[in-house]
Ligand binder design. Structure first.
Ligand code: HEM
Length: 370
């Protein structure tokens, strides 16, 4: 199957497409997505029953997937992760084969993950096309989902460039579903870092108690949960789900950090490496959310901008950073409000060699906190 999502575009075609993608995740559009996340966070908490052991990665996968499907296709749309994960595995492999040099031919072979994933993606296609039809044909539909934005943003004058046809919208939405991996990995590691850093966990729980107490968390609490946000930033510094960005080819000769790099060189940036450079970070291997609160410019540690790039930088900066951050903050805070999750091993969960995917099982003991 061939598709050409935002990430694979460069130059002018990327510049034209970026605004419709970016604006789908900006400003007030985040409010309905946040409501879906909070609803799903309560479902996640209900599934973590006190005095049981759960595989927390599985639970986070269901949570993050439901957040994504609801935000993209509409709050009333459901699609099980048990099928979705085959689509995600397919997209992951497809993306790797498309981007890694010399592997494009493999993408055309009938590899089992590709054929099974393609079959599973047909089921998801039906939901995506139904969401497109609804956005086009039902003027009473609220339009609070990503698909509606893709269908309507041009007519509403929000952007100049729009998708040529429904197939192009479906391709982009399908690929966006694959970005569920980052939040799943980050949330799974969040539980590990909370478990290994009791003082951080205590302070986070205290903040949730003070800001939210026993009432349901609401969308506006995001801005009030400053320590939980600092925790999220620190998590994405110490263990960014994307260790290494997708390859880029230099468009001209350039000198970077004293090295001459000729035009046409394949380059990666490495958010994990820069997030650990001792010249930028005080005690970089320590997990210390407080470093994000030291600086009066909220959320800016004393470091150069390019030493903190979990969401990339430049023209290909992640458009889903706000969505992912909220998924983490709402998920962690909702769990911490009532529960404490103790990892059953003090070894950090193993991740794939480019980050993002946590490998193996991640059992945690669930205890009631309040
Ligand atoms: C913690 C979770 C996430 C992390 C750490 C992350 C990280 C990144 C990074 C580092 C890039 C830049 C890649 C490059 O330079 O090639 C990127 C790009 C991108 N991300 Fe994310 N991401 C996350 C979640 C999401 C989510 C939930 C979405 C869904 C909307 C998303 C959508 C995208 C898209 C569409 C791009 C491509 C942008 C472009 O090429 O112009 N990401 N992400």
């Amino acid at each position: 199957m061939e598709f050409a999502p935002l990430t694979s575009q460069n130059g002018e075609s990327h510049r034209l497409r970026y605004p419709i993608m970016e604006s789908a995740f900006a400003g007030d559009r985040m409010v309905p997505y946040s409501e879906i996340m909070l609803r799903e966070a309560l479902r996640l908490r209900d599934k973590c029953r006190p005095d049981t052991v759960v595989d927390i990665q599985d639970e986070f996968a269901n949570y993050a997937w439901a957040c994504i499907i609801g935000s993209y296709l509409g709050r009333d749309v459901d699609f099980p992760y048990s099928v979705g994960k085959r689509v995600v595995a397919y997209l992951r492999l497809h993306m790797m084969l498309q981007f890694l040099p010399g592997t494009r031919l493999l993408a055309s072979l009938p590899l089992p993950t590709l054929t099974k994933g393609e079959r599973a993606s047909k089921a998801l296609d039906d939901r995506i096309y139904a969401a497109i039809r609804r956005a086009r044909e039902d003027p009473s539909h609220d339009g609070h989902d990503v698909v509606s934005h893709f269908v309507r943003a041009g007519e509403q004058g929000i952007v100049d460039w729009t998708f040529a046809n429904d197939r192009a919208i479906r391709d982009e939405v399908l690929v966006l579903c694959g970005y569920v991996d980052g939040p799943i990995g980050a949330l799974t590691l969040a539980v590990y870092y909370l478990g290994m850093n009791p003082a951080v966990r205590d302070r986070l729980e205290q903040e949730v108690d003070e800001v939210v107490g026993g009432r349901p968390i609401d969308v506006a609490d995001f801005d009030r949960l400053t320590y939980t946000q600092a925790f999220c930033r620190e998590l994405l510094r110490i263990d960014p789900p994307t260790y290494v960005s997708l390859p880029k080819v230099t468009a001209e000769d350039v000198v970077l950090g004293g090295y001459f790099i000729p035009k046409g060189t394949l380059m990666h940036s490495a958010p994990k490496v820069v997030g650990h450079r001792a010249e930028y970070w005080d005690k970089p291997d320590e997990f210390r959310p407080e470093r994000w609160l030291d600086d009066p410019r909220a959320g800016c540690p004393p470091c150069p901008a390019h030493s903190y790039v979990p969401f990339g930088s430049g023209p290909h900066t992640c458009i889903g950073g706000g969505l992912a951050t909220r998924m983490i903050v709402y998920g962690v805070a909702t769990l911490a409000q009532r529960l404490r999750l103790d990892p059953q091993s003090d070894r950090i969960p193993e991740v794939s060699n480019v980050g993002a995917t946590v490998l193996g099982r991640t059992p945690v003991a669930v205890k009631e906190r309040r």
